[in-house]
Design a protein around this ligand. Sequence first.
Ligand code: ZN
Length: 204
Amino acid sequence: MHHNKIDKRFIKFTLALILTAAVVAYLAGSEASAKQSPIIADKWRYPMQNAYCTWKQAPNMSWGSYRDTGNSRSCHLGIDIASTDATVYAAASGSVEAVGSHPTNGLYILVRHIMPNGKAVYSFYCHLARQTVQRGDIVSIGAAIGQMGTTGASTGPHLHFAIVDTPRQGRYNGYCHSVTGNSCDFLSVRYYNPVYVIERNQLP
Ligand SMILES: [Zn+2]
C-alpha cells in the first residue's frame, strides 16, 4: 500500500518531467526554425511616406524618363522622390548588404531581399543625409533606415531609389541610353522599375 503510493507520485513526477522537456524542446525547435527560414520580400512599399516625384518633367515616379545629364540625354534607372517626412524606410523586408559612401551616390544603403520565387534582389537608397542601420541588420518592411539628403552628385534633397539584381555596393551608374520596359540591363546590372515592383509586389 505504502509502496504503491510512492510509485504513483514517482510516475506523476516523471510524466511532468517528460512534458516539461517536450515543451522546452518544442519551443527551442520553433525558435530555431524561425531563425533559419529566410525573410521573403512578398510585400513592397514606397521608401518614403507621401512620396512625390522630384523630377518635374515626369508625370509619374520617373522610371525611364529622359533627362539631360550634362553632355547627353540619357535614361534614368531609378526613381527620384522626396517627402516632407525625410525618414527613409525599407521598401521590403530583408538584410542590410552594405552601408557606405560613394562620390556619385553619396551616403547609400543596399538591402538584400529574397523574392517569393527565390530570386535575390537589392534595393538601393542614395544621397542620404545619414544611415541608421549597419551591415548585417535584418530589417522589416517599413523599418526606418536613414534620412533623405543631398550627398554625392545631387542638386537638392531627394532619395534616388533603385532595385537591382547585382550587389555592387555603391558603384551604380544610374543612367543608360534607353529604357523600353520595366527592366533594363546596363553595365552587367539588371535594373527593375521600382514603381512596377512596389505596386505589384513582384518583379517584372
Ligand atoms: Zn535619381
